[in-house]
Design a protein around this ligand. Structure first.
Ligand code: GDP
Ligand code: IMO
Ligand code: MG
Length: 424
């Protein structure tokens, strides 16, 4: 089938962008279907590093049409800024399409995100402060404005003025600063609307036409399975559905259109922000993982919390997303470890459990059960074929595959575009 979905199987930053870049060769459209500029997707190509937040990772290829679909929340300032920076580096962004049905992130959404996080004290989620949650909340409350609204300048200005006045009052009531509504109207219904307009498209029709013409589509997930608002560690989640089901609602493609569903899994685990993390390492080993894996956020620069690979999570991700294959990334980060651990089960009060807990308090109390494997003690960065991997590294990959029952199709052995082993 011509549609491939790429989803994060952990808490984000698994290396989705690198795999999307790799798969872009075989696809004509690369489509973001949820999230917004809370995503930080890094591609390293020929020593050049590209950090993308909103523009789909396929943009680097001239044969790819990048699409921001209806399920995404769009900050027009970030969008234009990113397009400008890519253009300045010689990347052609003229093919970019943005759904008229995608919701807009507006200045009050940033303010609400900041105020809400501030008021949560020790219980803060640790959001990226990009206004993501408040923008999706307005979408659900049916008070949001959409990208397509920018096309009717006069009406859009009226909508902004009306909403802006109410939001300004609300923000002051909540202890925040008032909004400069006339300035917002001028900027958003003026310059921003002018510059976003050329990209606005009926992307649902575009994608179905492309399918009918035999084109190949790649759906780029942002965030990840355990940040999913339904299936993640609620409330320590994002406000969208990164899981594969969200790829349908977020793009307008039907479930039967989907073919390959690739789960991107880091050979260990990281999480940014708060929330339970059974295999977390808070010791020197964790510091080593962060240091070697360069685990600092692309968007916020925050240190990511490190831990061992958790196959209870991965098995759950296989089910939630109907994963057809796994890309195991950053295996090279474990090169220098004397031994490595993989969590294969959980215990609660001494009893083994098989299901991923549906309650946060239970997840917070589980004890991981580990398998310990000897390290391989050599650099695998130059490996390009399975035969190039040391036996002990192969044993790590084989164990993952055996435990989760889904083929590990790719193994990441370095940040660069070419640093990957494709398994037969
Ligand atoms: P994403 O959000 O899932 O796209 O991942 P990020 O780009 O936020 O973080 C992944 C980081 O790991 C980036 O800096 C990538 O360049 C890097 N990376 C991806 N795959 C590999 C790999 O196999 N090995 C190493 N060493 N780095 C990788
Ligand atoms: P990519 O696509 C890792 C986390 C935030 C916070 C929670 C909610 O690069 O994998 P939000 O701003 O979305 O309301 O924050 O989700 N988060 C991410 N963590 N990678 C991401 O994206 C993330 N996007 C959001 O740290 O814990
Ligand atoms: Mg990231």
């Amino acid at each position: 089938m011509p549609v491939t979905v790429v989803v994060g199987s952990q808490w984000g930053d698994e290396g989705k962008a690198k795999v999307i870049d790799l798969l872009s060769n075989q696809h004509d459209y690369v489509i973001r279907y949820q999230g917004g500029h809370n995503a930080g997707h890094t591609i390293v190509a020929g020593g050049e590093k590209y950090a993308l937040q909103l523009v789909p990772s396929g943009v680097l290829y001239p044969h790819v049409t990048p699409v921001i679909a209806n399920g995404v929340v769009v900050d027009p300032i970030t969008l234009l800024d990113e397009v400008g920076r890519l253009s300045a580096r010689g990347v052609d962004t003229s093919r970019l399409k943005v759904s008229s049905q995608a919701h807009l992130i507006l200045p009050w959404h940033f303010a609400h995100d900041r105020l809400a996080e501030g008021s949560r004290g020790d219980n803060k989620i640790g959001t990226t402060l990009k206004g993501i949650g408040p923008a999706y909340a307005d979408k659900a409350r049916r008070t949001g404005l959409r990208v397509g609204d920018m096309l009717d300048r006069k009406r859009f200005a009226e909508q902004l003025a009306e909403l802006g006045a109410a939001e300004s009052d609300l923000l002051v009531h909540l202890g925040g600063e008032p909004l400069d509504v006339p300035a917002i109207v001028e900027q958003y219904a003026g310059d921003l609307a002018d510059r976003v307009a050329p990209y606005i498209t009926n992307t649902v029709a575009l994608l179905h036409d492309a399918l009918a013409r035999g084109k190949r589509l790649l759906l780029e997930g942002a965030q990840a399975t355990f940040l999913d608002i339904d299936h993640g560690t609620y409330p320590y989640v994002t406000s969208s559905n990164p899981t594969a089901g969200g790829a349908c609602s977020g793009s307008g493609l039907g479930p039967r259109d989907l073919g390959r569903i690739v789960g991107i899994t880091k050979a260990y685990t990281t999480r940014v922000g708060s929330g339970p993390f059974p295999t977390e390492l808070t010791d020197a080993l964790g510091d080593t993982l962060v240091e070697i894996g360069r685990e600092f956020g692309t968007v916020t620069g925050r240190r990511r919390r490190p831990g061992w690979l958790d196959l209870v999570m991965l098995r759950h991700a296989v089910r939630l997303n109907s994963l057809t294959e796994i890309a195991l990334t950053k295996l090279d980060v474990l090169d220098t470890f004397d031994s490595v651990r993989i969590c294969t089960g959980y215990r609660v009060n001494g009893t083994a459990i098989t299901e991923y807990p549906d309650r946060l308090d239970v997840l917070g109390r589980v004890e991981p059960v580990y398998v310990e494997l000897p390290g391989w003690g050599t650099s695998i960065e130059g490996a390009r074929r399975v035969e190039d991997l040391p036996n002990r590294a192969r044993a790590f990959v084989d164990l993952v595959e055996r435990e989760v029952g889904v083929p590990v199709r790719y193994v990441g052995v370095g940040a660069d575009r070419d640093a990957v082993v494709e398994r037969p």
